[in-house]
Ligand binder design. Structure first.
Ligand SMILES: O=P(O)(O)OC[C@H]1O[C@H](O)[C@H](O)[C@@H](O)[C@@H]1O
Length: 170
C-alpha cells in the first residue's frame, strides 16, 4: 500500500517510480531551441507512479501524479513531453488538484484541441489522442492520472513531429 499526498502532489510508500525532468531533457521539443539550451538545468516537472501490478498487465490500473512547474522557454509555457498510447482503446483519467493550464489533445491526423485545466477538473482522455499538459499559470500545476497498465506509450511520434498546437505567454 502507498499514500497519496494530495497537497504535495506526490506519492509515498513502496514502490514509487519517480522521474525529474529539466528543460534540457526536452531540448528538441521547444520552439526556441536556443532558449532551451540556456535554461537546460531548470527543473521542469516531476512524476510519481505507483504500479501495483507490473507495467503491461492486462486489466491492471496504474496511478500517478505530475507536478509541472510554472515558467516558459522563450515564451513557450512549460509542458510535458506528450505521448500517444500504443493501444488506442486504452484511455486515461486525469484529475487536477492545483494550478491552471491546458491539456493539448491531438489525433494521428494532427487535428488538435485543448481542455482548460483548473482544480477539480476530471477528464477522460480518449486513448486514440496524444496528450500533453501545459502550465499557463503562476503556480505548480498538479494533476493525477489513472491509466491501464497495458496502454503502451509512443513518445517517438511526438518527439519527431511535435503537437500541431503550441502555447505561448501572451
Ligand atoms: O510522460 P510525459 O508525456 O512527459 O507526461 C508526464 C506524465 O503525464 C501524465 O501524468 C501521464 O499519466 C504520465 O504517464 C506521464 O509520465
Amino acid at each position: 500500500m502507498i499514500h497519496t499526498l494530495w497537497e504535495q502532489g506526490r506519492l509515498t510508500g513502496d514502490p514509487i517510480l519517480t522521474a525529474h525532468r529539466t528543460v534540457g531533457d526536452l531540448a528538441q521539443y521547444w520552439q526556441d531551441v536556443d532558449a532551451a539550451k540556456a535554461a537546460a538545468d531548470r527543473p521542469l516537472y516531476s512524476t510519481y507512479a505507483y504500479h501495483p501490478q507490473p507495467d503491461g498487465t492486462p486489466g491492471a490500473v496504474l496511478w500517478g501524479s505530475t507536478i509541472l512547474h510554472p515558467g516558459d522557454v522563450g515564451g513557450e509555457f512549460h509542458m510535458t513531453r506528450g505521448h500517444f498510447h500504443l493501444d488506442p482503446s486504452r484511455g486515461e483519467l486525469i484529475i487536477v488538484t492545483a494550478g491552471t493550464g491546458e491539456l493539448i489533445l491531438m489525433n494521428r491526423d494532427r487535428a488538435a484541441h485543448t481542455v482548460q485545466l483548473e482544480p477539480g477538473v476530471t477528464y477522460w482522455i480518449d486513448g486514440a489522442l496524444a496528450h500533453r499538459t501545459v502550465n499557463t499559470g503562476p503556480d505548480d500545476l498538479i494533476f493525477w492520472c489513472a491509466w491501464p497498465a497495458d496502454c503502451g506509450h509512443d513518445y517517438a511520434a511526438i518527439e519527431s513531429e511535435g503537437f500541431s498546437l503550441r502555447r505561448f505567454r501572451p
